[in-house]
Design a binder for this molecule. Structure first.
Ligand code: NAP
Length: 281
């Protein structure tokens, strides 16, 4: 039996057990998948527990994605470039780290006919997920990568790490005029802030920057609850194609399970089964 877990803090609302259960049930793999609260500083103790109890692997969420790195025997190239690990396999007591977040996002982009390559990417926010997606965009050969964030210094810090790649890199604050300036030429606009998320009071105020986007631009929100945020509804009204965060959530989990199982899965067949399980939750 495959013994898995997700660790983090907070962890109560994690959808990982639901998503991984749907995947593993769909391919008839016997498994257990626990949700374990591990606070910052608690990784060493958890790893001892995981090895002693023959856990095969675990997913990581806040605040462990970077802190896990010193504990790994090996880290794959992308996870190292992102300084972020969301999937760990344990084999003979050794830990192997991967990052499937960018793989998941790329796959959901691909499904709606877009990719980072040669595109002008505008990211709103400069948190953990932007660190990963901006680096993925640079690795994939984006034409330009712009990071706009309330705390501009965080956007600048991420941009500085992208300078060894060929993409043009810009950063700025979160004012309407700055967002508008970069939206005019955007091919993909991504909201990576919690603005508009269910349970979060804050939302975008003025969304008129969406009106300056080219009609061919894809507007993507990493939020999946609600399915359509005000940000996405406004983009849809403006005639833009939209993408919410559910694809990223599901695909990153399928790719993580490929690592745990050490085999390729029929990703396109599994996706709708997992989506249905999510919608029925
Ligand atoms: P994070 O590290 O906490 O970063 C949050 C970012 O949002 C920061 O840049 C923050 O700006 C900005 N922000 C927060 N409140 C804001 C406000 N009121 N006005 C303007 N900016 C604000 O979070 P994260 O891990 O990067 O995640 C970002 C979003 O992506 C979340 O909504 C999360 O649910 C979603 N996400 C989805 C998936 C998926 O699978 N679909 C995966 C990962 C994350 P400051 O720097 O100024 O604080």
């Amino acid at each position: 039996m495959l013994k898995l877990a997700v660790i983090g803090s907070p962890i109560e609302h994690s959808l990982s057990p639901l998503v991984h259960s749907a995947i593993l049930n769909s391919i008839d793999v016997p498994y257990s998948y626990d949700k374990i609260k591990v606070d910052k500083g608690g990784l060493s103790e958890f790893i001892d527990y995981a090895v002693e109890n023959d856990i095969d692997g675990f997913n990581l969420t806040m605040p462990h994605k970077e802190d896990i790195i010193p504990f790994l025997a090996e880290i794959d190239k992308e996870a190292e470039a992102f300084s972020s690990v969301n999937t760990v396999c344990i084999r003979e007591g050794k830990l192997y780290g991967h990052n499937t977040d960018a793989m998941g996002y790329r796959k959901s982009l691909e499904k709606c006919g877009h990719s980072f390559k040669n595109s002008n990417i505008v990211l709103l926010g400069a948190g953990g997920v932007v660190k990963t997606l901006a680096m993925a965009a640079a690795i994939d050969g984006a034409r330009s990568i712009t990071i706009l964030n309330r705390t501009q210094s965080k956007a600048e810090e991420i941009c500085n790490k992208l300078r060894t790649y060929d993409s043009t890199v810009n950063y700025g604050g979160f004012s309407k005029s700055e967002i508008e300036w970069y939206c005019e030429k955007a091919d993909i606009l991504i909201n990576a802030t919690p603005l508009g998320m269910s349970g979060v009071d804050a939302d975008f105020g003025d969304l008129s920057f969406i009106e300056v986007l080219p009609k061919s631009a894809l507007v993507s929100d990493l939020i999946y609850n609600p399915e359509m945020t005000r940000f996405l509804k406004t983009a849809e009204k403006n005639g833009n194609k939209t993408l919410n965060g559910l694809g990223m959530l599901i695909y990153q989990a399928i790719f993580a399970d490929e690592y745990y199982l050490d085999m390729k899965l029929k990703v396109d067949e599994i996706y709708p089964i997992v989506k249905r399980a999510y919608e029925m939750k």
